[in-house]
Design a protein around this ligand. Structure first.
Ligand SMILES: [Fe+2]
Length: 107
């Protein structure tokens, strides 16, 4: 389904060329059992074109959390605390024009 109903850096489908501004970057910081996930989409936030939200999913694609952005005030950057989590997680970055982009990280 990558490249068709969602997009990744390797499978940009009809949005080829838009990977850099849409595929979310993910950083994982671990301190003991404390885990901080930070995600960023390298996209501007204008009224016409903006990132709506980041959605965090676990490795079975179950919803874990999300952060909704206000186009007028926010940059598309999210933080999630996941103490004790182990495994793969996914971030979905939703653009108002260019659909859903997914990246993942292993914790
Ligand atoms: Fe976009």
């Amino acid at each position: 389904m990558a490249g068709k109903i969602f997009y990744t850096t390797d499978q940009p489908g009809r949005w080829k060329g838009k990977e850099g501004g849409h595929s979310p970057l993910i950083k994982v910081d671990k301190k003991g059992g404390d885990i901080l996930i930070r995600a960023a989409t390298q996209n501007g936030m204008s009224k016409a074109h903006y990132i709506v939200k980041h959605i965090l999913l676990d490795e079975q694609l179950n919803y874990v959390n999300e952060q909704v952005f206000d186009q007028a005030f926010d940059m598309p950057r999210s933080r999630f605390e996941l103490n004790g989590f182990k495994g793969r997680l996914f971030i979905v970055s939703m653009c108002n024009l260019h659909d859903n982009w997914i990246n993942w990280a292993d914790v």
